[in-house]
Design a protein around this ligand. Structure first.
Ligand SMILES: [Zn+2]
Ligand SMILES: [Zn+2]
Length: 661
């Protein structure tokens, strides 16, 4: 007897094993039509799966369930692989093709080993073949086979990667059978579940091509990754493609070059950004502002070298734990060598330890814009957001356990100030906890429990809503991450605050307590921006290159209507610079309309136009980047207003009051 318990607690009974599709049909033919897959006792299954004897919790998934999207996208990936095989022949090897559910741009991809490289124009051809496969409405069948039989099948198909994957499954999970999915002339090794037939794929689009190493390892062959997106309805797909187009317009790699902000030079190396003069201004403004905030909050700045002895990182646990992510070691001298530093903490700890510390000295807050190096795979590198050398707006706070929560609170406050000032007001807080099952975390469980409790208490007191995510902790302690949503709906992890009882133990740090006995300090690692490189990459996209006045590399452009007014224009430029405003004079003989267009493309916040009337009256005609013409304002008054907006970091707008109707 098969007993099916439905979500409303009602029960259906069957004498013999029954497929999920038949159960759906019994509930209602309309539901069976809409069914995508089913949830059987908390596990997702195909509609074709037969349900055996016993009592089961059962729910039909339709296109309204969030989980269905993943199934749809996975099936679309299979349809794409089938299309690629049909178009480019049996020499094509298909490797892995997962669905993506939390990627901003893509819903799935498939990696291929191809005899001939694909070009962007081929994507349309593949889409057309996919449309044919959808029109054929091929039933999708699940087959379970012993690993050897499955391997023989893929061997016959010439699919070597699949054989390797089956071997892995046997080795890692000692499986006795593996599941294959078939649709027409296409077979894939896959866990499923899938849609019942290819005809159920509705709205899809292939988006781009990329290179990807087999298993993400640079030592392996480079494969071709085809990315796409799929939804259950065409309107959602269209809306998504619009957002992707908007994201492309804002791509910081393109804007960074257009606006002269930064450069990645092949001669220097991938993932090692070079800051151009204009980008350097943005960075210095951000860092200068942060420095002044740190000073007010009792931080002391320090500077430490870019390398350190390996032993230092053995003590910290970065080595060998982080080894795969480090640049190769440098064998120097008698010791076992040096490392490019992956983190600043061990250096700051040495500064703490160089002196006898008393409870009266604490908290000690050491800050540094410290550059660190991590060897990211070259396929992972992307503009400023994934790099191999980057700076952290780092600090380490060493304090007594009693001082800890007040210090965490102050770090939360600083991070909130940073985000608010930059207009990143849409964020959530995530508490990253250790994963109790993993062995990658150092230190005593009791320390972890304490640190997690400290963090929870602060976050609750401040009144932040938060989620807890096991497995997201740093290897030495739990953390608070600020996850920001930018203006086109993408999420970025920015500021971080990490509580650490473990490194003070490993480095045997001490302070003398009021009882004259030695005690262990606690430490906080925190970085409100995270990294200026990454943060600015995100800001470029958030602002689409149109930075607020205080961060703009050129704050005002001075545009003489003709060369007759050059003398006064020069005077305006000098006065602006004397007032601490970054001003540039347009020296060209172009017509004023052309000048305005050029500086608008440069995204300069304000243009000051000067002609006969302005020269005579010692005024400037103010144009704002977005609002356009704001009318004539006396020169002194204009510079003062600009200065106010700069100093307020955008809290005040220079010409709101002066605006003429
Ligand atoms: Zn699959
Ligand atoms: Zn640190």
């Amino acid at each position: 007897m098969v007993v099916i318990e439905l979500p409303d607690s009602s029960k259906l009974e069957f004498d013999a094993p029954v497929t999920a599709a038949a159960v759906a049909e019994k509930i209602s033919p309309r539901l069976a039509q809409a069914a995508v897959a089913a949830d059987l006792d908390g596990r997702l299954i195909d509609l074709s799966v037969a349900i055996g004897a016993g009592t089961h919790r059962f729910r039909v998934l339709t296109d309204r369930d969030a989980q269905s999207l993943e199934i749809l996208r996975h099936t679309t990936a299979h349809v794409m692989a089938q299309a690629v095989l049909r178009l480019y022949g049996q020499k094509v090897q298909y490797t892995i093709g997962p669905a993506l559910t939390d990627d901003f741009q893509y819903g799935f991809y498939y990696d291929f080993d191809l005899p001939e490289p694909l070009r962007a124009e081929d994507l349309e051809t593949i889409e057309q073949e996919m449309a044919r496969i959808v029109a054929e409405d091929l039933p999708i069948r699940r087959v379970e086979l012993p690993p050897d039989e499955a391997k023989a099948r893929f061997a016959k198909l010439g699919q070597d990667y699949k054989a390797e994957m089956i071997d892995d499954l046997v080795r890692a999970e000692s499986v006795e059978t593996v599941s294959l999915y078939e649709q027409g002339d296409f077979t894939d090794l896959c866990r499923g579940p899938h849609l019942p037939s290819t005809g159920r794929v509705k709205a899809f689009k292939l988006i781009s091509l990329a290179g990807a190493y087999w298993r993400g390892d640079e030592a392996n062959k480079m494969l071709t990754r085809v990315y796409g997106m799929a939804f259950f309805d065409k309107a959602q797909l269209a809306e998504h493609m619009e957002r992707v187009a908007e994201a492309r317009k804002r791509d910081h790699r393109i804007l960074g070059r257009q606006l002269g902000l930064f450069l990645i030079s092949d001669a220097v190396g991938p993932g090692l950004p070079l800051w151009l003069p204009k980008g350097t201004i943005i960075r210095m403004e951000l860092e200068g502002w942060l420095r002044s905030e740190l000073l007010q909050r009792g931080y002391q700045a320090v500077i430490t070298p870019h390398i350190g002895k390996i032993g230092l990182y053995r003590t910290s646990g970065h080595y060998p734990y982080y080894e795969h992510g480090l640049f190769p070691t440098m064998p120097i001298g008698d010791d076992d060598g040096y490392l490019l530093k992956p983190m600043n903490c061990p250096h700051h700890i040495q500064i703490y330890k160089a002196f006898q510390r008393s409870y009266r000295d604490l908290p000690i807050r050491l800050s540094e814009f410290g550059t660190v190096y991590r060897f990211e795979q070259s396929g992972e590198l992307s503009g400023l957001t994934r790099v191999r050398g980057f700076t952290q707006d780092d600090a380490h706070i060493f304090c007594t356990p009693e001082q800890l929560e007040a210090e965490i609170t102050s770090c939360v406050d600083l991070t909130q100030l940073v985000l608010k000032t930059l207009g990143l007001t849409d964020y959530r807080v995530r508490i990253g906890l250790r994963d109790a099952a993993s062995d990658k975390y150092i230190g005593e469980p009791a320390n972890w429990d304490r640190a997690e409790e400290n963090i929870r208490r602060v976050v609750r007191q401040v009144g932040l809503t938060y989620t807890e995510e096991p497995g997201e902790a740093a290897f030495y302690g739990p953390k608070i991450d600020f996850v920001v949503t930018d203006c086109i709906g993408r999420e970025w992890q920015l500021g971080t605050i990490q509580v650490d009882y473990n490194l003070p133990e490993r480095f045997e740090m001490e302070y003398t307590g009021a009882d004259n006995a030695p005690h262990r300090p606690v430490m906080i690692h925190r970085a409100p921006l995270g990294s200026p490189e990454r943060f600015i990459g995100i800001l470029i996209e958030h602002f689409a290159g149109a930075f607020p006045l205080w961060l703009s590399p050129v704050q005002v452009a001075i545009l003489p209507v003709s060369e007759r007014f050059d003398a006064y224009a020069n005077e305006v430029a000098d006065a602006a610079r004397a007032a601490g405003i970054r001003a540039e004079l347009d020296p060209t003989a172009d017509k004023i309309g052309a000048k305005i267009r050029r500086w608008t493309l440069e995204k300069v916040p304000y243009m000051l136009v000067v002609g006969q009337r302005e020269t005579d009256g010692r005024t400037v005609a103010v144009r704002e980047r977005q609002a356009g013409d704001l009318g004539a304002v006396p020169l002194e008054q204009a510079l003062e207003a600009l200065g106010r907006e700069i100093r307020s970091r955008g809290a005040e707008t220079a010409f709101a009051a002066e605006m003429t109707p």
